[in-house]
Design a protein around this ligand. Sequence first.
Ligand SMILES: C[S@@+](CC[C@H](N)C(=O)[O-])C[C@H]1O[C@@H](n2cnc3c(N)ncnc32)[C@H](O)[C@@H]1O
Length: 276
Amino acid sequence: MREGEASMTARRVAAHRLSFSREPCPWATSTQGADDDQRLQADVAAGVLVEPTPMAQYLQARTRFFDVVVVRSLDPGGDLGIDQAVSVGAGYDGRALRYARPSTRWFELDHPDTQSDKRARLDELGIATPDATFVPADFTVDDVGAALARAGHDPTRPTLFTCEGVAGYLSTDAIASLLAALGRVAAPGSRLAVTLPLEPESAEERHRRGRLDAAVSTMGEPLASAIPRAELGERLRASGWIVRRATDPAGVAIEQSPRSSAFVIAAPTEPLAETR
Ligand SMILES: C[S@@+](CC[C@H](N)C(=O)[O-])C[C@H]1O[C@@H](n2cnc3c(N)ncnc32)[C@H](O)[C@@H]1O
């Protein structure tokens, strides 16, 4: 990211997301949360031109994947019934508004430069966020677990961690230590939903990645990593997570897919240690 500037890639995601259909919130008693989210996305999108390219289709699939995970995980009547959510590298994600419940606490972890811009926009728009706690952190230098603890995250209760469209901008070492830090504060019953870039294995996928890298590099946010497909499970395990499901954006099992983007759901590998 450019020194002192909010993430431009996050602004572009918001501009795309403005036109996407979204998963309804089963527990919402009004459209207030969804309306506030749309107002935030519209504000961020002002002056950002996006077109209906294959990237837009990818982002629609990604948005739907995370919407569904959030609804299923936080639904009080569902199997998991989680009431703590951490949006890791939140950008302008408005799910803390759209899927708010008074009994669910959201923590938004993000780079300080992006987060301060988001908070200024929310203030300017008069959008209150009583269910969200903002936690600034640079994942390359800060202790994410300690930052969450200071913000009031409870490591003894299950958490839904979402990490959408972030990993590709971090080195493989930074991803590993970020996921390990989350794993250390993930009580049994927690879930991690994360998108991970894989090394392209075909000319088409190499071309696709090259185009994306060229585009995001001009925004000062070049791609920094990709994981070998065969090492996906092992890398997550080494960071304290067991893969429950890994698909491509179309929902095809990642081992059978030629695509180089993995949508992963994982659970913590072992029960929380007494000392953690
Ligand atoms: C492409 S945006 C995705 C934002 C959001 N998750 C979404 O899907 O709308 C990438 C996000 O990663 C964050 N990010 C990039 N590098 C970071 C770092 N070193 N520490 C913390 N956040 C970082 C940016 O601030 C930005 O919010």
